[in-house]
Design a protein around this ligand. Structure first.
Ligand code: ZN
Length: 454
């Protein structure tokens, strides 16, 4: 018995040594000239501070950052003498400062383009990880300090999430779904290849029947999923002429939602047609992605179930929101089953978002980046103002609302004592002109400065 205990002590000591060397690597990486981990306390002078979107901004504030977290927020500009120990000052005294942005719907390991079908059969997990770190960095440099990745092949997304957490690569904090839960032949299943090819590319997210789907949810959690993503209806970019209606049965959706919640995970559904959205809402889903064809009755059910909409408006604008633009845009060579579905969308994302807003449904920001180019995520804020939200409501969607919808409001979404020092700065006030979010002068995530052009 004693011998086993001795061995355990040796193993624990070895693990501790390995962990220490990882942290040394992380510190080295961030000490490259482009990023900096300030020693000791950082005092940020904010000309205007919107600490909690939804509340009034305040002039001339000091944010005191220690160990990557907000230690204190004070009125006026604090000096070095006002804090104990080593300290440095970041002068944003002529800038508008607010919490880092949150995008609840991205696909970091890919980006739709002409090669997307070839990519599916040529990219290895290692390729996906390399691609993902490039897009993660691009997303962070657009001001997004937290994202939710809702579906990727293989296990690269988990490696990317953990590498960012350990400080090995630059990127936003990632809430990862792993593979989407999908029925056989559904939107999240691999398709569009000959049978022999399909046979060697099974997805861990495919399931049928209530029991099968319970197992699929458990499998994603076992693989490392922080959230469960489900394709409740058909999708626009699947190469099957099966429409965008309900694909999982009511029974399957209920089994998925119950299992996810029992394992402490939020569950969100990709859904387009009202019938599929409503089935997921009745099953107890926390949020619905896209929700393109949600009508007044659907919105009433959102209110009744207290669920969130994540609208994903920008990708449709990016690929063309009229048939003419669509046929000249980046998706012009899509195969006929996909093009038919694309052409139906047009201004529907904006129409749906306006209706949701008018009826008081809770909205959290998501872009589906990977469909639109990574790094253009902040355009979603502009779309929300175009769809009738005030500038403040749009900013809330991509900060406090997104944090609450994802279940991470205790650590991100607002600048309050004890929360992560995730913040961005811009020259102009986005409350006057929402386009200000498109040009940032300063980006900090967990106390590390990733951009400082000011
Ligand atoms: Zn998506």
């Amino acid at each position: 018995m004693r011998q086993y205990q001795y061995r355990l002590v040796v193993i624990v000591a070895a693990l501790a040594a390995i962990t220490a060397s990882y942290h040394a690597i992380a510190a080295d990486y961030y000490k490259s000239p482009e990023f900096s981990v300030p020693d000791g306390t950082t005092i940020i002078h904010a000309g205007t501070l919107l600490a909690v979107p939804g509340e009034e901004p305040r002039a001339e504030q000091s944010i005191i950052v220690q160990n990557g977290r907000i230690a204190e927020i004070r009125d006026g500009f604090a000096s070095l003498a006002d804090v104990e120990g080593d300290a440095n000052i970041v002068d944003l005294s002529d800038q508008f400062v607010m919490p880092g942005f949150i995008d609840l719907h991205v696909h970091l390991t890919s980006q739709a383009g002409a090669s997307r079908k070839l990519d599916a059969v040529t990219n290895t997990n290692a390729d996906l990880a390399m691609t993902g770190q490039m897009y993660a960095r691009r997303t962070l440099l657009a001001g997004f300090t937290t994202v939710r990745d809702l579906g990727s092949r293989g296990n690269a997304i988990f490696a990317l999430r953990d590498a960012i957490k350990d400080g090995k690569v630059a990127g936003p904090k990632i809430i990862a779904a792993g593979s989407a839960i999908t029925p056989t032949g559904g939107h999240g299943d691999i398709h569009g290849f000959r049978q022999e090819v399909l046979d060697v590319m099974p997805s861990t997210g495919v399931c049928d029947g209530a029991d099968g789907c319970r197992a699929a949810v458990r499998r994603q959690v076992k693989r490392g999923a922080d959230v469960i993503k489900v394709t409740a209806t058909g999708g626009v970019l699947s190469e099957t002429a099966t429409g965008t209606g309900q694909q999982f049965t009511d029974e399957e959706l209920l089994a998925i939602a119950e299992t996810a919640h029992a394992l402490g995970r939020k569950v969100t559904a990709h859904a387009h047609e009202a019938v599929g959205i409503e089935a997921a809402l009745r099953a107890g889903f926390d949020s619905i992605e896209h929700s393109m064809w949600a009508d007044r009755d659907t919105m009433k059910l959102f209110l009744k179930m207290d669920a969130w909409i994540v609208p994903t408006v920008y990708p449709i604008t990016a690929v063309g929101d009229t048939p003419e633009k669509m046929k000249q845009g980046p998706f012009k060579d899509m195969p006929p089953p996909i093009m038919a579905k694309l052409l139906r969308l047009q201004s529907q994302p904006k129409v749906m978002t306006r209706l949701a807003h008018d009826m008081g449904v809770k909205i959290a920001l998501g872009t589906d980046s990977g469909v639109s180019p990574h790094g253009e995520n902040a355009n979603e804020f502009v779309e929300y103002v175009n769809a009738g939200m005030t500038e403040m409501e749009a900013l809330m969607a991509g900060t406090v609302n997104a944090a609450e919808a994802a279940g991470y409001a205790d650590s991100v979404g607002s600048l309050e004592i004890g929360k992560a020092a995730d913040l961005v700065a811009m020259r102009a006030s986005p409350l006057d002109d929402i386009n200000a979010v498109l040009s940032l002068s300063f980006i900090m995530r967990d106390g590390v400065v990733f951009k400082q052009t000011h």
